[in-house]
Ligand binder design. Structure first.
Ligand code: MRU
Length: 326
């Protein structure tokens, strides 16, 4: 399937507004870097690799419009804190040391093209972890919408399905923003992959009944020791998988690895607005003034992760990611 979360054309960034899916396929036309910053912050585009790609195009827009590039860089960096791909992509643009809009645009396009190639490689490497007739549990949206295309965890599911290995997918709804229910279900239906959406709270029950062979999730930032930040609820799945003896796999491109952090304790975790919990579709469902803690991500310890699949292969613990990914 050829879903793309954004397309550069006619000197602007045309972006699918993921907040409105699946009810509406509406496209935003972004012509300035602050518009890109707002789209990232307000989650019109989301998913670690897609955020990085959008930020790179944001810098191309900044250069085209003659904006202050240092200000644009700082503004885009402040849009969301957890996905390291954002900072990795902006570091790549800054590393060009140029204000030439053509060169910055070419780099943004290269980042996007490389991401697609990395996801396809992740899909191929992931095959060795998927048993025949696999029943796979996943969380959030890690598909074409979250990347340049194909996806990471969902990319493995897609490739494995194309090889006839997938019997069934269970997609966690992913409270509170429902990326699993709204976006992953949408992608799985378009691909004709057999699946059911489940409430996040049904995962333990499902696993205890022996109905899950593999859990695959994406990541927003992976520390050197393999500790992996991903959508809130992922750590819970890893602990459950460990309890029930089910392999738990993280899939992410190397642009998600942050080797500057020895472990996950230094990963900044975004806290999001209380309204995501207290309101549903704008309708209040909690007592007025209800206190809320709403972390967007949690960190799964590397020791609970059976394998981390990147474009270079399926890595197994103990993890020791090195090198300057940023
Ligand atoms: O808050 P989101 O929707 O940006 O969170 C997305 C996730 O947690 C994804 O699992 C992660 O970014 C990997 S996407 C390939």
């Amino acid at each position: 399937m050829a879903i793309r979360p954004m397309i550069w054309r006619d000197d602007r960034l045309t972006m699918l507004d993921q907040r409105l899916l699946p009810a509406q396929e509406a496209w935003l036309e972004l012509t300035t870097w602050p518009e890109v910053r707002d789209a990232i912050r307000d989650m019109a585009v989301r998913g670690a690799p897609a955020i990085g790609i959008a930020a790179a195009y944001g810098m191309a827009l900044a250069a085209r419009t003659g904006a202050d590039l240092a200000e644009a860089d700082a503004g885009l960096r402040a849009s969301r804190p957890t996905a390291v791909n954002l900072f990795w992509a902006l570091d790549r643009i800054a590393g060009l040391n140029t204000a030439d809009s053509h060169r910055i645009l070419a780099e943004a396009q290269a980042i996007e093209a490389e991401d697609l190639a990395m996801n396809q490689a992740i899909g191929r490497h992931g095959l060795e972890l998927v048993p025949e007739g696999a029943r796979i549990l996943t969380i959030c949206n890690t598909g074409s919408l979250a990347t340049a295309g194909h996806g990471t965890a969902l990319g493995i599911i897609r490739t494995a399905h194309a090889h006839g290995l997938v019997r069934h997918v269970y997609s966690c709804e992913t409270r509170p923003r429902q990326q699993g229910l709204r976006l992953t279900a949408w992608e799985l239906m378009q691909d004709g992959i057999p699946f059911q959406s489940i409430p996040d709270s049904a995962a333990a029950s499902l696993m205890s009944q022996g109905r899950v062979d593999l859990v695959v999730a994406g990541a927003d930032r992976i520390a050197a020791n393999g500790d992996s930040a991903n959508k809130i609820g992922t750590q819970m799945l890893a602990i459950l998988a460990h309890h029930f003896g089910i392999p738990f796999v993280i899939a992410a491109p190397s642009s998600t690895i942050d080797p500057s952090l020895p472990d996950g304790s230094g990963i900044p975790i975004e806290e999001r607005s209380p309204e995501e919990i207290t309101h549903i579709e704008g309708v209040p469902v909690a007592p007025a003034g209800c206190p809320v803690w709403n972390p967007g991500f949690d960190v799964t310890p590397g020791i609970l992760i059976s394998a981390i699949v990147t474009e270079s292969g399926a890595h197994r613990g103990p993890y020791g990611f090195q090198g300057a990914a940023r």
